[in-house]
Write a protein that binds this ligand. Structure first.
Ligand SMILES: O=C(O)c1ccccc1NCC(=O)[C@H](O)[C@H](O)COP(=O)(O)O
Length: 410
């Protein structure tokens, strides 16, 4: 069988022991390395081109044990099968994607670093450090899990199948239009009411959870749009919930609240009745956002681009064609909530650019009282995304009236 030649494999014996505590309860008592083994600058890395016979140069690999004496080892003429070469290529591409993202300030790695395929280690017996394969925070853990889930789902329903379903799909509802209209009608920020059973930071929010009943109660209470969590593992949500709400007669446009790591998910969300989808800037590099926004537009979906800090906001403001930006008051890495974040990100030049571009800003998370709503409205939002404070109420319709300090249903 043809193979590629592994021309130089270097290994060093350095290890890192420095640890830091993770913030979330779920992560308590776990420690992670301060620096990931597979996330440091590796100037020697090249993405191999498609010719399997071309030279591939590999990044340096840190080893905990290495039975060669001292210093780098050079392996020559070690052959990889085509299958292994593919794995090697995938691994290097993954590394390259993470480095590209890091250059944009993105700390979330898109998939769990697996370490190089076994054959990379050649004839030497050494164990790769796997500290780098521990997620740094909950968002990274969710994203890694999502990457695995999506590859399995894609196998069951490839894009071509989704596209066929979409040929007969009912029309999309105008998500942004509904928010603007509600803002005009009520004088308050348009409400995106979240159908949320549980969350990593707050646990189960509502035991008796009937998504359709809650959606109807929100609509009755004056919600302009609904946000439906579809992640199962961390939020106890589902695409069945989204579909059921869509088929229940509820008229509000629906946001699919997912952790998008692959454009396939956008098509899938649309087949399940979504009118809008969330894209998180802390997870997606600029090019992915641009590409995904284009896909959303081609499908008629609105894209809610979520940011949490100035850097993310500045990146997103450079992207053409963004209509909706969500400012999350919750740090998805540490769970800390501060509604002052919305104000901070809308001050000065940023606020001016947003107004100039006619972007609708959504204040997200941690909104519980009429004072909170007034505060973010004063800061410049035209919409709010609210989950916990209304979903926990026995009667979510009344919860909305309580949140705004006024009946906003008519
Ligand atoms: O809510 C969490 O614990 C959480 C953890 C990790 C990633 C995302 C998370 N939440 C998503 C959201 O931002 C909220 O569901 C949404 O903005 C509503 O927030 P709230 O009104 O505070 O329920």
């Amino acid at each position: 069988m043809e193979g590629v030649k592994l021309l130089s494999l270097r290994a060093s014996s350095t290890t890192t022991n420095a640890t830091q505590r993770l913030p979330s309860q779920q992560f308590l008592n776990k420690s992670i390395p301060s620096k990931s083994t597979f996330f440091r600058p590796m100037p020697q890395t090249h993405i191999p081109n498609h010719n399997p016979f071309k030279r591939i140069s590999f990044p340096s690999i840190k080893a905990q044990q290495f039975d060669m004496k001292d210093g780098p080892a050079v392996v020559s003429d070690y052959k990889l099968s085509n299958g292994d070469a593919l794995k090697a290529k995938e691994w290097e591409v993954g590394m390259f994607q993470d480095e590209l993202a890091a250059s944009q300030g993105i700390r979330i790695r898109r998939r769990r670093p697996t370490g190089p395929p076994l054959h990379y280690v050649g004839p030497f017996e050494f164990h790769l450090q796997n500290e780098g394969s521990t997620p740094r925070n909950i968002l990274e853990e969710i994203v890694w899990q999502k990457d695995v889930e999506v590859s399995q789902m894609k196998e069951k329903k490839p894009l071509l199948v989704l596209k066929t379903i979409l040929d007969n799909a009912p029309p999309v509802r105008d998500f942004v239009g509904a928010l603007k209209q509600a803002n005009k009608r009520t004088g308050f920020p348009g409400l995106i009411a979240e159908v949320k059973k549980a969350s990593p930071s707050r646990g189960v929010l509502r035991e008796n959870f009937d998504p359709v009943e809650i959606a109807k109660a929100y609509e009755k209470g004056g919600a302009a749009c609904l946000s439906v969590l579809t992640d199962e593992k961390y939020f106890q949500g589902s695409f069945e919930n989204l579909e059921a709400i869509r088929n229940s007669g509820v008229q509000c446009p629906l946001l699919c609240k997912e952790f998008v790591v692959d454009a396939w998910q956008i098509y899938y969300a649309r087949t399940k009745g979504a009118d809008a989808i969330l894209l998180i800037a802390a997870v997606l590099p600029d090019l992915d956002i641009k590409y995904m926004v284009t896909i959303c537009k081609s499908l008629g979906l609105a894209a809610l681009i979520e940011v949490h800090d100035e850097k993310e906001m500045d990146r997103v403001l450079e992207i053409e064609g963004i209509e909706l930006i969500g400012i999350n008051n919750r740090d998805l890495g540490t769970f800390k909530v501060n509604i002052g974040n919305t104000k901070k990100l809308l001050e000065g030049e940023r606020g001016r650019r947003i107004r100039e571009k006619g972007i609708i800003v959504v204040g997200e998370s941690g909104l519980f009282t009429p004072t909170d709503i007034a505060y973010v409205q004063e800061a410049g939002v035209k919409a709010v995304l609210v989950g916990e404070s209304i979903v926990k109420q026995k009667d979510p319709t009344a919860g909305i009236t309580q949140l705004f300090g006024k009946d906003i249903s008519s």
